[in-house]
Design a protein around this ligand. Structure first.
Ligand code: UDP
Ligand code: MG
Length: 340
C-alpha cells in the first residue's frame, strides 16, 4: 500500500502527464514518435512538450503541423542549438503536468515503458528512472565509452548514479520543481535527478535502435557532456592534481640527498637525459593540472555571467500561464493543479 503526496493512502491521481522530448533534426522520426506516444498513452491525459533545439532540416515545419492538428502538442522553438540537456530543461520548464516524463525523440526510449513508470509513480515513487537492460543498434565505440564514463563517474562523483540509466525518467511535480530550482549552466540532468533525492525507483527496459536518422551526439558533444557531468558532481580531479603535486615533490626531496651522496662518493654521472625526462614529466603534469583547474574556472565563469540557459524564438500551443522558470525557479504552489 502506498502513501500519496498529501499523506492519504491510495494511488495518486494523475491530473495531467507531461511528456517532454528534445528534437534536433529529427524529420525522419518525429511523426512516428508522435503516433507511438499517442497510441501508448491512449488512456492517459497527457500533453506532449516538444522542444526544437535549432533544427536545420524540415523538423520545425513538421512540429508546426503536429501542433496544428493536435492541441496536446506544445512546441517550444529555441533560438539556436543549445544542446540536448538544455533543450530538455526548456521542455521541463514548459511542462504543466503533475507527473513529467522525459525521453528522446528518436524512439530509442520506447514510449510504451511510460505506463510502467506511471505505475511506480502511482505507488508513491517520485523519481522513476528507466534502466537499459539491453541496448540495440549502438556502436561498440559508444557502448565502450559509455561503460568507461560510468565507471569513472562512479569513482569520482558524489552521487550514486545507476549504470545504464539515461535521461529517460519520470518525475513527480515536487521532484521536478526541486530540479528546476537548480539553474546551473553545465547540466547533467540524470545526476541532478538523483541528487534531489525523494523516493526513487527503477524500471528495466530494452533500449531500441534509433528509428531513423543518425546520432546527434557528436564526439565533441559527448566529451563536453562527460566533463560537465564529472565537474558538476565532483571536485576530485582538482584534489587529484594536488595529490600528484605532493607525490612528485616528495620524490624530488628524496632525490636531493641521493644526488649529494652520489656526488660525494664520486659516482655521480651528469645525466642529461634523466633531467630532460624529469622536466618533461613535471611540465606535463603541471599543464594537466592547470588544464583541470581551467575546466572548473571556465565553468565558474559561465555561471557568473548569469546568462539565461536558453532563448526561446517562438512557442506554439503553449498556454499563456506557462512562464518558463529561467532565470527564476518556479514556485511550487503556483504550478500545482494547472491543467486540471
Ligand atoms: N538532441 C537535441 N540537441 C542536440 C543533440 C540531440 O535536442 O544538440 C536530441 C535528439 O533529437 C534526440 C535526443 O536529443 O531526441 C538524443 O539525441 P541522440 O539520439 O542523437 O543521442 P544518442 O541517443 O545517440 O546518445
Ligand atoms: Mg538516440
Amino acid at each position: 500500500m502506498s502513501t500519496s503526496v498529501n499523506g492519504e493512502s491510495g494511488p495518486r491521481p494523475l491530473a495531467l502527464l507531461s511528456v517532454v522530448a528534445p528534437v534536433y533534426n529529427e524529420e525522419a522520426t518525429i511523426d512516428e514518435f508522435y503516433s507511438r506516444v499517442c497510441s501508448a498513452l491512449e488512456d492517459v491525459r497527457f500533453e506532449l512538450v516538444l522542444v526544437d533545439d535549432g533544427s536545420t532540416d524540415t523538423t520545425p515545419a513538421a512540429l508546426d503541423r503536429l501542433a496544428g492538428v493536435d492541441p496536446r502538442v506544445h512546441v517550444v522553438f529555441l533560438s539556436r542549438n543549445f544542446g540536448h540537456q538544455t533543450a530538455l530543461t526548456a521542455g521541463l520548464d514548459h511542462a504543466r503536468g503533475n507527473a513529467v516524463v522525459m525521453l528522446d525523440a528518436d524512439l530509442q526510449d520506447p514510449p510504451e515503458v511510460i505506463l510502467r513508470m506511471l505505475d511506480q509513480w502511482r505507488a508513491g515513487c517520485d523519481v522513476v528512472y528507466a534502466v537499459r537492460e539491453q541496448r540495440e543498434g549502438e556502436s561498440r565505440f559508444k557502448l565502450a565509452t559509455a561503460n568507461w564514463f560510468y565507471r569513472l563517474f562512479d569513482k569520482l562523483a558524489q552521487v550514486d548514479l545507476q549504470h545504464n540509466s539515461g535521461d529517460f525518467r519520470l518525475l513527480d511535480r515536487a521532484a521536478l520543481n526541486a530540479l528546476l530550482s537548480m539553474r546551473e549552466r553545465n547540466r547533467f540532468l540524470r545526476g541532478m535527478t538523483v541528487w534531489v533525492g525523494y523516493r526513487q525507483a527503477a524500471v528495466p527496459y530494452r533500449r531500441d535502435a534509433r528509428y531513423a536518422g543518425h546520432t546527434k551526439y557528436t564526439l565533441p558533444k559527448m566529451m563536453k557532456f562527460s566533463l560537465d557531468a564529472i565537474s558538476s558532481f565532483s571536485h576530485r580531479p582538482l584534489q587529484l592534481a594536488t595529490l600528484f603535486g605532493f607525490l612528485i615533490s616528495t620524490l624530488a626531496f628524496v632525490a636531493i640527498p641521493v644526488v649529494i651522496v652520489l656526488r660525494i662518493l664520486g659516482s655521480y654521472l651528469p645525466g642529461f637525459s634523466s633531467i630532460t625526462i624529469a622536466v618533461l614529466l613535471l611540465g606535463g603534469i603541471q599543464l594537466i593540472a592547470i588544464g583541470i583547474i581551467g575546466e572548473y574556472v571556465g565553468r565558474i565563469y559561465d555561471e557568473v555571467k548569469g546568462r539565461p540557459l536558453y532563448l526561446v524564438r517562438s512557442r506554439v500551443n503553449v498556454p499563456e500561464d506557462v512562464t518558463p522558470a529561467s532565470p527564476l525557479p518556479p514556485v511550487a504552489a503556483d504550478r500545482e493543479g494547472i491543467g486540471e
